[in-house]
Write a protein that binds this ligand. Structure first.
Ligand SMILES: O=C(O)CCC(=O)C(=O)O
Ligand SMILES: [Fe+2]
Length: 359
């Protein structure tokens, strides 16, 4: 999710003892600017992600690592990893109403669909409940300290403070999040688009700290393709109004895998892609590639395939507060697991929701 780094690293192989990481040069793209701070290499990463970084960036391990991940995306292996997802998808009735069908169509042609919580969930009280629960989560001490300090030290994306984060094991989510992120319509749209029953890979509340003049853009503020899977359904719910100055989500229409511009700087497994920004900017401004900027009022929903080219989050004025959800196939990388709040019983969940939660 925009947190992938490109780095060059050198290793020292002493005669005895473990290999030493000697140096690492890190960049936020395959060929873009240096971030410089090599500690960013491990900040916010799990053990598994660190192993993957070494396997993918440290030569000569990278030859093997890259090959392994390419193989994992090859049709036979990808099919095996998703055997059960295919079976479950076929056995569950997918409840895609007219609105959902429009969403699936737009995802196929444009890679993006914009709607509202109300239209998607047909539940007039849901947005209010989501906003209330997100507000309570953001009021936590640790979150407030990071916001006050204008710095999230536990994440490469220092400018995003997350209410849940990735530290806790199976953190419980509020019941309004269950109602929205495991909503039959949303799960059906994502699954029908992929042709596979989806897993909920990630969910959180983000508070984007407005940047100050001179603070250089980093990470997801650059155009990129996400890395988690071949196709990735990403959902943003705006909890505050978002205007052009607040780092709206931007997307190149048709750039999703399989779309009209899907082969423009294609994703490289398992790191996604950060293309040369000047080249892409030129293509967007001169060709012009069709890009959308998702400004809108609180309650707006952006549904996209994040395998497409996108960027966002660089607010210059007000904090941008959003809910973020990610759905992938069973082959998705970095999947987090969540548990239900006490008020929601496991037996109340639909088969699609149980599958999404790995429960
Ligand atoms: O914050 C945004 O609008 C985009 C974030 C993103 O693309 C990412 O985290 O991968
Ligand atoms: Fe992204």
């Amino acid at each position: 999710m925009g947190s992938e780094l490109w780095c060059e690293a050198g290793i020292l192989l002493p005669a005895t003892g473990p290999p030493l990481l000697l140096f690492a040069r890190i960049a936020s793209g395959d060929d873009v600017s240096r971030v410089g701070e090599w500690r960013a290499l491990w900040r916010g990463k799990t053990g598994l992600q660190l192993v993957r970084s070494v396997m993918v960036y440290v030569w000569p391990l990278s030859i093997l690592g890259r090959f392994f991940y390419r193989l994992r995306w090859s049709p036979p292996l990808y099919g095996v990893i998703n055997r059960r997802s295919r079976r479950v998808f076929r056995s569950i009735p997918q409840v895609v109403g007219p609105h959902g069908a429009e969403a699936v169509r737009a995802l196929h042609t444009d890679g993006i669909f914009r709607t509202t919580v109300k239209a998607l969930a047909q539940d007039p009280a849901l947005f209010r409940d989501l906003a209330r629960d997100a507000g309570m989560m953001l009021a936590g001490q640790d979150v407030q300290r990071k916001i006050r300090q204008r710095y999230n030290s536990s994440d490469m994306k220092w400018y995003v403070v997350r209410a849940i984060g990735r530290r806790a094991k199976r953190p419980p989510i509020p019941s309004s999040f269950v109602r929205f992120f495991l909503h039959p319509q949303l799960l059906s749209i994502a699954s029908t688009y992929l042709g596979l029953q989806v897993r909920l890979n990630y969910l959180d509340v983000w508070h984007n700290i407005p940047v100050r003049e001179g603070e250089p853009p980093i990470s997801a503020e650059f155009w990129h393709r996400d890395h988690e899977d071949q196709r990735i359904i990403k959902v943003f719910v705006l909890l505050t109004d978002v205007d052009e100055t607040m780092g709206p989500f931007n997307y190149v229409k048709g750039s999703q895998a399989g779309g009209e511009y899907g082969t423009l700087f294609p994703a490289i497994p398992p790191t996604g892609r950060y293309p040369k920004q000047e080249v892409l900017d030129r293509l967007i401004n001169e060709t012009p590639l069709p890009s959308v900027s998702c400004i809108g009022p609180a309650g707006s929903v952006i549904l996209c395939d994040a395998s497409g080219l996108h960027r966002g989050g660089r607010s210059l004025t007000q904090p941008r507060i959003v809910l973020v959800g990610v759905y992938t196939s069973n082959a998705g990388l970095d999947g987090a697991r969540y548990s239900l709040p006490r008020s929601v019983g496991h037996e109340q969940l639909s088969p699609a929701a149980k599958f999404a939660l790995y429960s």
